[in-house]
Design a protein around this ligand. Structure first.
Ligand code: ZN
Length: 310
């Protein structure tokens, strides 16, 4: 085991031993203690308050909260399967009759896998908090576009020892859909705003150009295009010192017309809408705080506790 793996394992063990997280028996799946959930709730409120003025958009964010699953039809339109098949989660269920049910249970009794008895339930696990919002915007946007504050649970199939890489986690986002300039301005101004928010919490956050973890050979080209066109900026905190390049706790993304085209979202003049989002990884920010200020939140700096209403 190298030093980085050891550091991640040690941090995970500390979180579990302190009772902040409870391991569920698989890598990257945890229950949160009341203390951990309080930190997450504090971060949520701070993010909401920070973005409530709508920035330069002049709009009040419209709040939407999403369930952890969304329709397969909307998932298809995001084209997530093309870029991130390895992170995808699909819901399946049993739709057979009594006889098939009995055969499934008999097979299970004999130690056989029962997965083949399940069929797709037409729902997918949400991979990014903003993905379910675009289907709700199909059609012509109001003048000035839309600014939406979204939050929800996300799933990505990447089981890991690192507690900062959970399979199920919460994201809080501000999504701007409108003209290319409106989308770009949203992304750009949130790089500074997100950095200021994290800095106010005593986190040593750095803005860096980044790319999504696209799959396979074609993905390498997509990743380099994303970097070349400067479409993604991550706010990174070094949870493990110099052992790695740091952990992204927030990201500012310009999607160009990807979602506008896929979901038929247009401006009043008929042009395809562009979109951008800033997403805060709530558990990751909580972990960065625990790493920076210690596992006992009652001993954190007064200013940080005040910002989080702890
Ligand atoms: Zn997003």
């Amino acid at each position: 085991m190298n030093d980085l793996e050891q550091a991640r394992r040690t941090f995970r063990d500390e979180l579990i031993e302190s009772g902040l997280l409870v391991g569920l028996g698989g890598n990257g799946l945890y229950a949160q203690s009341a203390d951990f959930a309080l930190i997450v709730a504090g971060i949520t409120r701070l993010v909401e308050t920070t973005g409530a003025d709508g920035g330069s958009s002049g709009l009040s964010p419209r709040r939407l909260r999403f369930p952890p699953v969304f329709p397969r039809q909307a998932f298809e339109k995001t084209d997530y399967l093309a870029s991130f098949p390895h992170l995808t989660g699909a819901v399946s269920t049993f739709t057979g009759d009594n006889e098939e049910h009995a055969r499934m249970l008999a097979g299970r009794e004999a130690g056989q896998s029962w997965d083949s008895w399940l069929t797709p339930a037409e729902t997918m696990l949400v991979p990014a908090a903003c993905h379910p919002v675009y289907a709700t915007l199909a059609g012509v946007l109001p003048p000035g576009g839309e600014l939406i504050e979204v939050a929800g649970h996300c799933f990505r199939h990447e089981p890991a020892v690192d507690p900062a890489r959970m399979q199920a986690f919460q994201m809080h986002e501000f999504v701007r859909v409108g003209s290319p300039v409106q989308a770009q301005d949203h992304r750009t101004e949130w790089i500074d705003r997100a950095e200021a928010l994290l800095t106010s919490l005593g986190l040593d956050a750095e803005a860096v150009g980044a790319n999504d973890p696209f799959f396979g050979r074609a993905g390498r080209l997509l990743a380099s295009n994303q970097r070349r066109q400067n479409l993604k900026t991550e706010l990174v905190v070094r949870l493990y010192g110099e052992l790695d390049d740091g952990t992204a706790v927030a990201s500012c993304n310009y999607h160009q017309d990807h979602f506008g085209t896929a979901f038929g979202i247009t401006l009043t003049d008929g042009d395809v809408a562009h979109s951008a989002c800033v997403g805060f990884g709530l558990e990751r920010i909580a972990l960065a705080l625990l790493r920076t200020h210690g596992l006992d939140a009652s001993a954190w700096p007064t200013s940080v506790r005040a910002l989080l209403s702890l």
